[in-house]
Design a protein around this ligand. Structure first.
Ligand SMILES: *[C@@H]1O[C@H](CO)[C@@H](O)[C@H](O)[C@H]1NC(C)=O
Ligand SMILES: *[C@@H]1O[C@H](CO)[C@@H](O)[C@H](O)[C@H]1NC(C)=O
Ligand SMILES: *[C@@H]1O[C@H](CO)[C@@H](O)[C@H](O)[C@H]1NC(C)=O
Ligand SMILES: *[C@@H]1O[C@H](CO)[C@@H](O)[C@H](O)[C@H]1NC(C)=O
Ligand SMILES: *[C@@H]1O[C@H](CO)[C@@H](O)[C@H](O)[C@H]1NC(C)=O
Ligand SMILES: *[C@@H]1O[C@H](CO)[C@@H](O)[C@H](O)[C@H]1NC(C)=O
Length: 369
């Protein structure tokens, strides 16, 4: 049983770093040069996952349905192949993240809230849809999946039935996983292969749901690990996120890979600090009012009246223009019709005249034929 759990964890790990887009990297700085700078959060922010969220901060990925409502954001698997997720455009370079969420129920359905870097450092919370007694914590250093002791399960109340606060506190010395303020696990730097497998490069936040129990797209071990085959007739399977708190332990505007070497060590990450009195683009974006409704509500009464007046004015102008064009068109049409008729009358008259002249033998040889 234990060995099964271990191999399942390893399989999941392999899966997470290969097939799942959730663990995708566009440019691995350990392999490629010139990977782009990352936007830093450079401060702290609370995101209410409602319909007034900024879509320039949270990017949607993969197939599946994501609904932003006033009650929270839902990630829904409606059928085979769906694995809806979002990821933050900003990165944290050591920091703290709390996700207030409810996991999806359903056989083979896996909900997750993770931190991940472009060179595949990773810190995870994971929930199996039919496991109502345990949550899985995990971590990866540079996508290294060869060690089977990283994943650990912890008992808790059913994560599918109520919202809980899942917090990761990540410093260069240690990682802590907390549920509703209760610490479950602590991992020290040295414990992760003397630091070599310790997550230590800027990470963004990724949350979503996928079906490990999809027998057409996963091997039997993954299906078994995920709790068995998913019956898509039971869909939809929905995970809900209500709030995310993110705190970056630097005040940077950006992080750069320009000094990075094969070590992937935190010392090689370049932290670009803001100029005096400035803040990161992410913080500026977060502080703006978002969503159409929110932006409208933020306007003054005068501005609202001006906008309504210009919209009405615009409609009136359009209506006048269309009417004018129609009248002009009809007049032009009438003129063209009259001209055409005159032309036809003229031709008819000419033909008549020709026939008359033929008959009267006006043309010299007319009668000789
Ligand atoms: C670098 O790229 C090669 C080939 O694409 C791949 O096999 C290797 O795993 C990559 N290394 C890292 C650290 O990503
Ligand atoms: C961010 O951190 C500062 C200082 O630690 C604190 O005063 C502030 O309340 C925090 N903001 C949020 C949104 O939590
Ligand atoms: C949505 O969240 C914002 C804060 O980001 C809050 O001000 C607003 O009241 C919330 N709206 C609803 C409908 O809950
Ligand atoms: C939930 O996970 C724990 C830890 O892996 C395991 O012992 C337990 O049997 C699982 N329960 C179900 C219903 O799968
Ligand atoms: C990956 O982790 C294993 C087990 O901890 C270790 O033996 C191996 O050296 C690591 N590989 C790399 C490339 O760090
Ligand atoms: C979530 O838990 C963390 C850690 O205990 C705590 O600092 C934070 O205030 C909690 N957030 C909410 C919204 O309760």
């Amino acid at each position: 049983m234990v060995s099964f759990t271990f191999s399942a964890v390893a399989l999941l790990a392999a899966l997470l770093s290969t097939t799942l887009a959730q663990t995708h990297t566009d440019c691995n700085p350990l392999n490629a040069t010139g990977c782009p700078n990352m936007q830093a959060l450079g401060g702290n922010a609370t995101f209410h996952f409602n319909d007034t969220m900024s879509d320039s901060i949270w990017k949607e990925k993969n197939a599946g349905k994501i609904d932003w409502s006033s009650k929270g954001t839902t990630f829904t698997i409606e059928g085979r192949g769906d694995s809806p997720m979002i990821q933050s455009t900003f990165y944290l370079f050591f920091g703290r993240v709390s996700v207030i969420m409810k996991a999806a129920a359903g056989q083979g359905i896996v909900s997750s809230a993770i931190l991940q870097s472009e060179c595949l450092d990773e810190i995870d919370w994971e929930f199996l849809g039919t496991n109502t007694t345990h949550v899985l914590t995990n971590y990866f250093g540079k996508g290294n999946t060869t060690d089977y002791t990283r994943g650990k399960d912890y008992p808790m109340d059913p994560p599918q039935e109520a919202f809980h606060n899942y917090t990761i506190d990540w410093t260069r010395e240690r990682i802590q996983w907390l549920i509703d303020g209760r610490m479950l696990r602590e991992l020290k730097y040295e414990e992760a292969l003397g630091g070599k497998n310790y997550p230590q490069t800027p990470m963004n936040i990724r949350m979503g749901v996928w079906s490990g129990g999809d027998v057409e797209n996963n091997d039997p071990y993954t299906v078994e690990w995920a709790g068995g085959e998913t019956d898509f007739k039971q869909a939809p399977f929905t995970m809900t996120v209500q709030e995310v708190y993110a705190q970056d332990y630097t005040t940077a505007t950006e992080y750069s890979w320009e000094n990075m070497d094969a070590s992937g060590a935190w010392e090689k990450v370049k932290v670009i600090e803001p100029k005096e009195g400035e803040k990161s683009e992410a913080l500026q974006e977060i502080e703006k009012p978002h969503g159409v409704r929110n932006r409208w509500e933020a306007l003054s009464k005068g501005a609202k009246i001006a906008i309504i007046a210009s919209v009405i004015g615009f409609i009136v102008i359009c209506a006048c223009f269309i009417t004018f064009c129609c009248i002009k068109q009809r007049r032009a049409g009438r003129r063209e019709f009259a001209a055409l008729q005159a032309e036809q009358n003229k031709e008819a008259a000419e033909l008549l005249e020709y026939k008359r002249q033929m008959a009267s033998g006006k043309f010299g040889y007319g009668n000789q034929i």
